[in-house]
Write a protein that binds this ligand. Sequence first.
Ligand SMILES: O=C(O)CCC(=O)C(=O)O
Ligand SMILES: [Fe+2]
Length: 316
Amino acid sequence: MTEYMRRFDRDATASGIATELVARGGTVIESLVRPELMDLVREEVRSDLAAGAERGSSALWPEGNQTAGGLAAVSPTFVEELLTHPTVLEVVDHVLRPERPMVLRREEAKETNRSPATAEPIADGGTQLVWHSGRTRSHCHHYNVGAAVMLEIGAGREDHQYLHRENAIYQPYIERLDMPEFIVSTMWAGSDFTEQNGATRVVPGSHRWPEERVAQPSEIARAVMSKGSVVLWLSRTLHGAAKSTSTANRTGFFTSYIVDWMRQEENQYIVVPERVARTLSKRARQLIGYRSSPSLGWAKGRDADNLLEPGQSGQL
Ligand SMILES: O=C(O)CCC(=O)C(=O)O
Ligand SMILES: [Fe+2]
């Protein structure tokens, strides 16, 4: 391994972390939470799932690994301490520039006061909606959880997972994915991540490569990090789980944040039933998806910022 991913400590500013993430495509925040929290999350995930449901059995996650979905429904500690961690959300605010940030103040996030759309008059007295490019730097109205899953590498992982880009979940249906950033992925170290036990492989700089360029071994960095740390990467950054030569498991809690106008990878409305969503904080509920923009995801008679409650959303 020769490539290096920059590391920040937990007191680093979110804007500094975001600048590095955008420049290099990946970065690590060391010891962002106490390691004991991770044991609690693992315990909550384990106590809720039958062992059989956790076994991996796909090309990405072959037998010998353990995967579990819907973490927001099974682990309150995951929700309150990891999914909604203020530093992570502030970094995501900086990268995805939502009109409704989670942590940054709206004035800090707002880039323009010129409306990106105007109603231009038509000679018959009507008007036509015209959108103007370059008038907003926001990438979305708000952002949601893409997926919230446990990815545990066991001794059975003999091969590296193929290096891939997270934006592949929308391919081949969307071909041009060189648009403003739309996903930030995070992987929390639920155990120490080591070279031996499968620490995530990340290729710094690859978010700016053409699709066809294949990584050289010397270009691949490893997210070696202590339990309680987190590695972040972008939608176009090559990455993947690594093979394990260890007898110890590598436990990772993966969470992605995606712009509100793309479909969530994991169906949060199914994996987090409404009954459970009602018990979560408003911020967590919003991330899961119980929030709408003026044009997307509305439910007439429901509050746009809290769709489980009565109020106003949409434009009807
Ligand atoms: O487990 C890891 O280290 C990365 C996993 C990953 O990127 C995936 O399953 O899409
Ligand atoms: Fe991935």
